[in-house]
Design a protein around this ligand. Structure first.
Ligand code: ATP
Ligand code: MG
Length: 473
């Protein structure tokens, strides 16, 4: 039984409290015992002296000392009819150390006297005064030794302590057993339930059914039950969502393959002899391309997590030039959107190059598409720089700003798109990728004069991985 368990502490505390209670009982008991002892000495002395008073003749010395020995005193004085009479006497071995008048001793005084009697190891002579029994006189007074009294008190105290110890052990065992049954067994039951539940939280059979009789424990069980119900139901829902996600991924995958085939056939329609078919062909190809893109982005998003970034050092201006080149080619009307950069040519950053390309491509494409949608010319600028803690890359445009819906569902998948054919995943994926670097993507500004997104990539993360690289080498 260890002290850091409830049972161990319970048993130790019970024993301690019972012993403490017994000590409080011990002191008055010892005082009572001392009083009884002294009174019995007075009584015995009185009987011995009465035997003597019955005869008028003086008694032999032998008989007198025998009477005194039986009474356990040195001499006896009786006061009757206002006459003080030394009835029995024998030589006293020393001076009288103290006088105790039992007729006037208070409770506290008695306890005090008994403690003094116990503490004093020397055998002294004391005088004890009391009232004779049966009103056989006004006063009786004896002289006696303290050693036998002290010894009797010690014997009595030890007996009392032995009984107390047995009593404490019995009480501790009883209390311990009661606590085991009433508290520990129900607590262990809850713990067993919790472990069983933790091993299979989606199995509702493991949810606890409150049945403790103790009100507090029952309250805890009820709270646990409702928590387990919530966890189990959200786990089930998550499971269903995962299954649904898998189904969507499969459908997107197969649909993309079917559409790719359709795309090839649609391409051939452009060579058709029928001019009507030839005119419709590009629209058909565009629609199919959009559908293929939708399938592809859904599939990409379905991969619940992007892989952790693989960091490398590269020139940012070069990366931005590649993004701009691709976007210029993709532009609907040549020259409508002008791409500019404001990046120090020597700026080298440490990040996942492919992932950062995708982030910049998404932001630049959004900006281009927003400007193209206005039909007016516009500018997209990628700027960058380094601060003490991070690198920042800004993508600004002179477009119309984000529509309300896009701003409301900013960075939320599938919900913020206002563009025809848009899936509403571009910004979500970009933000996820930046977050994977320990950084963040913010929308700094968005109004009729244009929008401004800013990427922050912490340099600390690069330092950390550089250190890890060095350690691995
Ligand atoms: N620079 C911008 N200027 C104006 N509106 C923007 C800009 N960037 C994003 N938006 C708005 O935010 C919406 C969400 O953008 P997001 O890139 O997430 O999805 P999307 O472009 O519609 O589709 P896709 O998943 O193909 O990128 C867009 O539909 C557009 O309305
Ligand atoms: Mg987009």
């Amino acid at each position: 039984m260890r002290l850091n368990t409830i049972s161990g502490r319970f048993a130790a505390l019970t024993t301690m409290f019972v012993i403490l209670a017994e000590l409080f009982i011990l002191l008055p008991s010892l005082a009572g015992f001392r009083l009884d002892y002294l009174e019995s000495r007075l009584e015995r002395a009185q009987i011995a002296s009465l035997a003597l008073l019955a005869t008028d003749e003086s008694i032999a010395l032998d008989l007198e000392s025998e009477l005194l020995q039986t009474a356990g005193v040195f001499n006896v004085v009786l006061r009757r009819n206002d006459v003080r009479q030394l009835v029995l006497s024998s030589p006293i071995p020393g001076p009288i150390a103290a006088t105790y008048d039992l007729r006037s001793e208070g409770v506290l005084h008695t306890i005090d006297d008994s403690l003094v009697a116990l503490a004093d190891r020397q055998n002294r002579v004391i005088r004890v005064i009391g009232a004779p029994v049966n009103q056989a006189g006004q006063l009786i007074e004896v002289t006696m030794e303290t050693a036998p009294l002290r010894q009797a008190m010690i014997d009595y105290g030890l007996r009392l302590l032995a009984v107390s110890a047995a009593f404490s052990i019995l009480t501790a065992v009883l209390l311990f057993t009661a606590a085991q049954r009433m508290i520990l067994v129900p607590i262990r039951r809850v713990i067993t339930h919790m472990s069983a539940y933790a091993s299979a939280p989606e199995d509702s059979r493991h949810i606890i059914i409150p049945d403790a009789r103790l009100a507090e424990l029952r309250e805890a069980e009820t709270a646990l039950q409702s928590m387990q119900q919530t966890v189990t139901s959200s786990l089930k829902q998550k499971e269903r969502m995962a299954l649904l996600g898998q189904a969507i991924a499969k459908i997107s995958h197969d649909l993309r393959n079917i559409l790719t085939t359709a795309q090839i056939f649609a391409d051939r329609l452009e060579d058709s002899a029928d001019p009507k078919v030839r005119r419709a062909a590009p629209k058909l190809v565009n629609s199919i391309t959009r559908a293929v893109n939708l399938c592809e982005t859904t599939l990409a998003f379905g991969k619940a997590e992007e892989p952790a970034p693989t960091l490398s050092r590269f020139n940012l201006a070069q990366l931005a030039a590649e993004v701009i080149e691709a976007e210029t080619l993709a532009g609907e009307a040549a020259g409508q959107v002008e791409f500019l950069t404001d990046i120090p040519p020597s700026l080298v950053i440490r990040a996942d190059r492919d992932q950062l390309y995708r982030v910049l491509a998404n932001l630049a494409r959004n900006a281009r598409q927003a400007i193209e949608a206005t039909g007016a010319p516009g500018i997209v600028e990628i700027g960058a720089g380094e601060a003490e803690a991070d690198w920042w890359i800004k993508v600004c445009d002179s477009g119309p700003g984000l529509p309300d819906k896009a701003r409301e569902y900013l960075f939320k998948p599938f919900t913020g798109s206002t563009r025809r054919g848009g899936t509403g995943l571009g910004l979500t994926i970009a933000a996820d990728l930046v977050r994977g670097h320990g950084g963040r993507l913010d929308l700094l500004r968005s109004d009729v004069e244009g929008s401004q997104f800013c990427i922050h990539i912490p340099r600390g993360m690069a330092d950390l991985s550089a250190r890890a690289d060095a350690a691995a080498r």
